[in-house]
Design a protein around this ligand. Structure first.
Ligand SMILES: [Zn+2]
Length: 1033
């Protein structure tokens, strides 16, 4: 495990507490070389600009550039100039990927897909939103093209600060129609001219309004922005706590303070809906390098044409900066979230399996990268150049093939490894432990049979259920029965192993009382085929609840249970998974014994991190042993009080297992949730004894990894198992310059054992663009992936750093990323305006949600176990799950159209969106709430609950009654859809407006001020804005 500190921090020093940053840290801000560069030094203007042959293509001739999708369009200036007409990429007689063909990228933002600065203005203690519009008016809702006149003038001139600009001075505000929405209006192509390059100049010499009085121009920019979008005159925000003085030159007459209209700040729902509207239901092909995929919230069909599907890999940006200086300047994390076993919908092609027989996969001699579309065949097909390390390799004779007239192998489309982003290889014995084929994995079920579990019926429930779920053990493709073997252990403060050999009439129990040095008392008959031993196993499962019915044993052990399972797998020489069903703090005398150390006094101190660390040094080495033997641990926890999740959950987390937690479990209420989880966990796609390696092309490399992993060195990511829901987040850093021509290539290879015991390699390849223009970097960002990265890096840092420092770093980095954009990419405007890149429009709201998460919020009201639990969950989440987790879905149910199968449109998570007359459903991936307004329509209440009124609804239920009416059926169907594809079964809570449990529900209204602290979205936006202003000064 990398023990590196918090990585998202480069320029932020911990010695600088407090949100404020002093400008001297940022040499690139205020660099005089940026200002006042002489005109004429500019790079060619216009999306095609001078780089187009002849350089005189009038702007008006540009394709209108419909906004293909909202989140990347901001300030798009089109493909970097160098790439467009540029020389063909070196050695690319036939590049396997399109180097950058703008004309073929149907889904790439078009060159003039401008739009979308989200602008907020502030003035002294009041912040007024004066030019905003883009945040709300989605690019895609604008008409497809800019008005001709606007195009000719490179966008309508905009007055950035009405309070400064003289009315009617040099700029003509566009008529306040939708056309002026950033979705429609092209930004001046100048918006990216600067991009860190010295001496940009006005992009269009013909149109250069004089600077307004008092306004300092950005380097060489004419002030062109004004009223970019419907002007929200007078929409002013009274900022609680006051806004420290804005820039001096902005001091205008005191403004009347009004409440900021929440509709005027960027809405996550709007961003999600825009993407859905423009890209939903379509086929997304992965044929283009650096292409930005649809959002995780958009349903579409993905077709692999040379790059891995975004279901497998998502990136924080699809365009890496060429240099580390640029990366440092922008501070946008460069990361990929890799979910190697992601579930693929049935209408998409499953991975092909390539088998090269005894020779095994073709690999680069130098860097060991696997054959993939990034390898360039040369010399008539006899050799190939590695796309990762540039080494020229001989093509093995068995693999030789002639090239066609464009230099592509004749068998290009017949070989998955030449034409697809993702595929599998059959691994040879070289890839197996001890050079022999692995045995099929095993599942071991380990049940805590202490007094309380017997008494509350949990043991009986588990045993009953196992009889059913064992019928559904996963199997490989054509297998008739599963090759997995199963074993059973029960325990309290001693362990009971069971012999369930098929030849026995009844199971035999062997007790191990020495828990300090656990050994496996039987080899033959412990791990068996379920099919063969079915009757003995059923016999055992029937007996277990009775066997311990009279036990009064309250104490349990825990670490010895894991060790016993691991030793059993080791003895059987197979990988596998332990399913542990556990309830209590393991206080019995044994290794890993725990005491109650839940000390709320540590909260908000530098020692708070201790609460997230395991309390003994037994669990970490145990996890390491488990990983070394391919033993994955999944833990079902049923705590009724503090059980020290930070300690108990460590092994599950580091071994790629899952931690499920059911607080105060009651069989009659919570069985369904638990059983759904158990079934899902047993049946899900999983690879065992895995090792992942992420290779990159020259110039950058993977430096840090976050997930359910263990690392013994800096490159090999070891996983006892990895299933379809687990993602590993990988951070990249430069170690040299990247080239725009060759881009940044990533290959993720996972070597693993299948459920039937085959050794395989799963390969995912992804090509990203590189640019020396900061604007390209910003427009290629994906906020959902950024949040996943920030969450994991922060939650990892929680173990080592004070929470206060981590929160500050997150705020600072958010401000820094946005300030850098503002400084280098956005059109000049009053310093007090908040300008957000289109791709990061909702970064502040999501970041605020992360900051308000109970892990980072130091509040004694929240249980320590819950915080440790959520921390561990997030560490293995993929992008879709983290998106939902941090910004829950809230949907009105009272407007339900029972004739339609589409979900009611989601609304923003704020109390102001609820209504007394309404019923709302909220889901975040762990919990589901059905909130009933006090004046909910009685017919709906009747339809859903079969009771006459609100007052009659019993809120104890965790399942809705199955009634035959359309309301009931539709609502339950909707809940089913929301639950689908989610790794955890969500617990349903019925909440009545103005009744006590509503407090719990309100914590999920993440745009509001938090119940236990945490800013509202509006306040946070103001705070970030303040930071940005400070950075810019
Ligand atoms: Zn290589």
């Amino acid at each position: 495990m990398s023990q590196q500190g918090y990585v998202a921090t480069p320029p932020y020093s911990q010695s600088q507490p407090g949100i404020g940053l002093s400008p001297p840290h940022y040499g690139h801000y205020g660099d005089p070389s940026h200002a006042g560069s002489p005109p004429g030094m500019m790079k060619p203007a216009g999306p095609l600009g001078a780089a187009a042959p002849g350089g005189m293509l009038p702007q008006g001739h540009l394709p209108p550039g419909p906004h293909q999708f909202g989140q990347n369009g901001a300030h798009a200036q089109g493909p970097p100039l160098q790439r467009f007409p540029g020389p063909p990429p070196g050695n690319s007689a036939a590049p396997s990927y399109a180097p950058y063909p703008p004309s073929t990228q149907s889904s790439y933002p078009s060159p003039v897909s401008t739009s979308s600065v989200a602008q907020l203005g502030t003035q002294l203690s009041a912040m007024h939103v004066n030019s905003y519009g883009s945040g709300m008016a989605p690019p895609s809702q604008g008409p497809p093209g800019p008005p001709a006149a606007a195009a000719a003038f490179q966008g309508p001139p905009r007055s950035s600060q009405p309070s400064i600009l003289q009315p009617g001075s040099q700029v003509l505000p566009p008529p306040p129609t939708a056309l002026n929405g950033p979705g429609a209006s092209p930004l001046p192509p100048s918006t990216h001219r600067q991009d860190g390059l010295p001496g940009p100049a006005p992009p269009n010499a013909q149109y250069q309004p004089p600077p307004p009085p008092g306004q300092t121009l950005g380097p060489g920019y004419p002030l062109q922005q004004a009223n970019y979008g419907p002007q929200m005159a007078g929409a002013q925000l009274s900022y609680p706590g006051g806004f420290p003085g804005g820039p001096a030159q902005m001091a205008g007459p005191p403004q009347p303070q009004k409440k900021l209209d929440p509709d005027s700040i960027p809405s996550p729902i709007q961003v999600i809906e825009n993407d859905r509207a423009t890209r939903g239901g379509q086929v997304y092909t992965t044929n283009t390098r650096g292409q930005i995929p649809p959002l995780v919230t958009t349903d579409c069909t993905i077709q692999d044409q040379g790059n891995a599907s975004p279901r497998y890999i998502r990136c924080t940006t699809y365009c890496f900066p060429c240099t580390s200086d640029m990366a440092k300047q922008a501070q946008i994390p460069l990361a990929a979230i890799i979910k190697p076993f992601a579930t693929i919908p049935s209408n998409e092609t499953p991975l092909y399996l390539v088998n090269h027989g005894e020779t095994g996969p073709v690999r680069c001699n130098r860097c060991k990268a696997y054959m993939c579309p990034f390898m360039q065949f040369i010399e008539g097909g006899r050799r190939y150049q590695c796309g990762f390390c540039n080494c020229v390799n001989d093509v093995p004779p068995f693999y030789f093939q002639h090239l066609d007239h464009i230099g592509r192998r004749l068998d290009h489309y017949e070989k998955p490894e030449l034409s697809l982003g993702s595929y599998e290889y059959v691994a040879t014995l070289d890839y197996c432990r001890k050079n022999k084929p692995p045995n099929p994995p095993a599942f071991i079920f380990m049940i805590d049979v202490s007094y309380s579990n017997i008494k509350n019926g949990l043991v009986k429930l588990i045993c009953e259920e196992l009889k059913t779920v064992l019928e559904k053990l996963p199997k490989e493709g054509q297998e008739e029965t599963s090759s997995l073997r199963v074993g059973f252990i029960t325990y309290n403060k001693v362990l009971h192993f069971f012999n369930v050999k098929s030849t026995l009439a009844r199971p035999q129990m062997m007790v191990v009382t020495d828990v300090s040095e656990v050994f496996v008392p039987l080899l033959d008959g412990f791990l068996v085929s379920y099919q063969e031993s079915q009757s003995v196993i059923h016999n055992l499962l029937d007996q277990i609840p009775e066997m311990f019915a009279d036990s009064n044993e309250n104490e349990t052990v825990f670490a010895p249970v894991i060790r016993a399972g691991m030793e059993a797998l080791k003895a059987a020489d197979c990988p596998g998974k332990l399913f542990i069903f556990h309830s209590s703090l393991p206080t019995a005398e044994a290794p890993g014994k725990l005491k109650n150390r839940d000390d709320k006094k540590l909260i908000n101190t530098d020692k708070e991190k201790i609460l997230f660390q395991p309390q003994t040094n037994v669990y970490d080495p145990l996890a390491k042993d488990c990983v070394a033997h391919g033993c994955c641990v999944t833990l079902f926890l049923f705590p009724s009080q503090y059980v020290d999740v930070a300690s108990l959950g460590l092994v599950p987390q580091l071994t790629g297992g899952t931690l499920y937690k059911y607080n105060n479990f009651q069989v009659h209420l919570d069985s369904q949730q638990f059983l759904n989880d158990l079934r899902n966990d047993i049946e899900k796609k999983i690879g065992f004894d895995a090792i992942m390696r992420v290779r990159t092309s020259t110039g950058f490399r993977a430096t840090d990894f976050f997930g359910g992993i263990y690392m013994n060195n800096t490159t090999d990511v070891e996983m006892a198992a990895i299933d379809c829901d687990k993602a590993v987040t990988v951070e990249f850093k430069h170690d040299d310059k990247l080239s725009e021509d060759s881009g940044a290539l990533i290959q993720c290879a996972v070597l693993y054992t299948t459920v039937s015991g085959q050794r395989r390699l799963r390969i995912h390849n992804l090509g990203l663009n590189c640019s020396s223009q900061l604007g390209d970097l910003y427009k290629s960002c994906e906020t959902d992936a950024l949040i996943n990265f920030f969450a994991k890096s922060a939650f990892k840092a929680v173990l080592h750093q004070p929470l206060k420092v981590i929160r500050e770093i997150l705020v600072n980095q958010t401000a820094h990323m946005l300030a850098c954009y503002r400084k280098n990419c956005a059109s000049p405007s009053a310093a007090s305006q908040l300008i957000l890149p289109d791709s990061m429009k909702v970064l502040p709201v999501y970041m605020n949600c992360l900051l308000k998460n109970c892990v980072l919020l130091s509040k004694p009201e929240i249980s320590t176990d819950e915080r440790a639990y959520q921390r561990q969950l997030v560490m293995t989440m993929g992008v879709a799950d983290s998106q939902l987790f941090f910004y829950p879905q809230l949907r009105p149910i009272h407007t339900l159209d029972v004739k339609s199968t589409t979900l009611p449109a989601a609304i923003r998570c704020s109390e102001t969106r609820l209504s007394e007359e309404g019923i709302f459903l909220l889901a975040n991936g762990l919990n589901m709430f059905l909130w009933l307004g006090v004046s909910s329509p009685p017919e709906l209440i009747q339809g859903i609950f079969n009771v006459p009124s609100f007052a009659h609804v019993n809120t104890d239920m965790t399942l809705l009654p199955e009634l035959g009416n359309p309301y009931s059926q539709t609502l339950r169907m909707i809940m089913g859809i929301i639950q689908q594809k989610r790794p955890y079964s969500m617990k349903l809570t019925i909440v009545k407006q103005r009744e006590q449990p509503e407090m719990v529900f309100r914590q999920f209204l993440v745009e509001d001020k938090g119940l236990y602290g945490g800013s509202s979205y509006v306040d946070f936006l103001c705070c970030v804005h303040k930071e940005i202003c400070q950075l810019l000064n």
